[in-house]
Design a protein around this ligand. Structure first.
Ligand SMILES: *Cc1c(COP(=O)(O)O)cnc(C)c1O
Length: 368
């Protein structure tokens, strides 16, 4: 029997207004829909080298144990991270991707109607996580496409519950320096949580770029998040983490699902941490590829937003959706940015040299 109303109306107010996150188009889908082969995906800021062979071996070795629940406390991974980062295991919260930590922060600290502050063109999950808990977004306009921390400081108020900062930010690649961050944190009320999202931390080589972990002792209201999805090449396994005071970590650990990080992800992440050669190779491929794409875009007369991460957002003289579609037909998946209110940009992930070359050639052909 058909109900007299749309069952979606039964959802709580925050969920009713939710717009789903728009992921990058999967390669298989493009190849199937367009009848193309050898397509390349430069749309989701994944590591073009893939994961460390050590991580793959760890996954292979663990397949026999899949009937078992994972270690719900993730103690081996937390110990490995604690040792590498110079923090206590009790300061770490493991997440099903760092996305998990972002959503938990909203659930833990924001009640319906309460305020969450973030930047215009901030990462797409910040408005979604805010909306899902019925929070009220306070959005501060950017300056030169990046977080304007001076303006965000002026937007501070004692009733603010949570602040999302991304350094570097996605989709703009912009970053802020240590002094600007410190001035901001010093002005934030002690009862407001600051979530500093460092998903691209490992890629940044710019002098003056801050390491959020060094600020934790001074700011007990600070949470830093990082991930194995980007430089470590493990996006498909879903593992990220938050680092905070043990008290905040306790809140996260009480709220998260008991087995939120699967066993393969835990083992792969531990192995990935040990492969420093793969880590440095990944950084080098990225900085070389960044140079290749910047030079290529300049040759095409395109203006791009300078980026400290593993992607670059390119400005266009026509709708990005049109260029995105045309690139699909050339077998190149990038990310259109209309959903970020950047309708004349596309974001491209740095690939290996041949992928970057194919992107630039296809773009040149389209824009000619
Ligand atoms: C990719 C990304 C994340 C999180 O990715 P996970 O796969 O969930 O760890 C978080 N923040 C930003 C800014 C990102 O670009």
């Amino acid at each position: 029997m058909k109900p007299a109303f749309d069952v979606r109306e039964l959802a709580v107010p925050g969920i009713r207004g939710l717009q789903p996150y728009q992921p990058g188009k999967p390669l298989e889908e493009l190849e199937r829909e367009y009848g193309i082969r050898n397509a390349i995906k430069l749309a989701s800021n994944e590591n073009p080298l893939g994961p460390s062979p050590l991580a793959l071996a760890a996954v292979q070795n663990a397949l026999g144990d899949l009937a078992r629940y994972p270690d719900g406390s993730g103690i081996l991974l937390k110990n490995a991270l604690a040792q590498k980062l110079g923090v206590l295991p009790a300061q770490i919260t493991l997440g099903n991707g760092s996305n998990d930590i972002l959503e938990l922060a909203a659930r833990i600290f924001v009640a319906p109607g309460e305020k969450v502050l973030f930047s215009e063109y901030g990462f797409a999950i910040y408005p979604i996580a805010t909306q899902a808990v019925g929070g009220t977004a306070v959005i501060v306009p950017v300056r030169d496409w990046g977080h304007d921390l001076a303006a965000m400081r002026r937007a501070l108020s004692p009733d603010l519950k949570l602040i999302f900062l991304a350094n570097p930010n996605n989709p703009t690649g912009t970053w802020f320096n240590e002094q600007v961050l410190e001035e901001f944190l010093a002005a934030v009320p002690a009862q407001t949580i600051v979530l500093l999202d460092e998903a691209y931390f490992e890629y940044v080589t710019e002098p003056g770029y801050p390491d959020g972990l060094t600020l934790l002792p001074k700011y007990p209201n600070l949470v830093v998040t990082r991930t194995f999805s980007k430089i470590y090449g493990l996006a498909g396994l879903r593992v990220g983490y938050g680092i905070s005071s043990p008290e905040i970590a306790d809140l996260f650990n009480r709220t998260r699902q008991p087995f939120n990080v699967n066993s393969l992800a835990q083992l792969a992440a531990i192995a990935a941490l040990q492969d420093t050669a793969h880590f440095y190779r990944s950084r080098e491929v990225n900085s070389d590829g960044m140079r290749q794409l910047m030079e290529g875009c300049a040759r095409l007369g395109l203006v791009f937003i300078p980026s400290a991460a593993n992607f670059i957002s390119v400005g266009l003289d026509r709708p990005g959706a049109q260029v995105y579609e045309a690139l699909l037909r050339e077998g190149v998946i990038v990310r259109p940015l209309a959903s970020y209110s950047m309708p004349r940009h596309v974001r491209v992930t740095i690939g290996v040299p041949e992928e970057n070359r194919r992107f630039l050639a296809a773009l040149g052909k389209i824009l000619k």
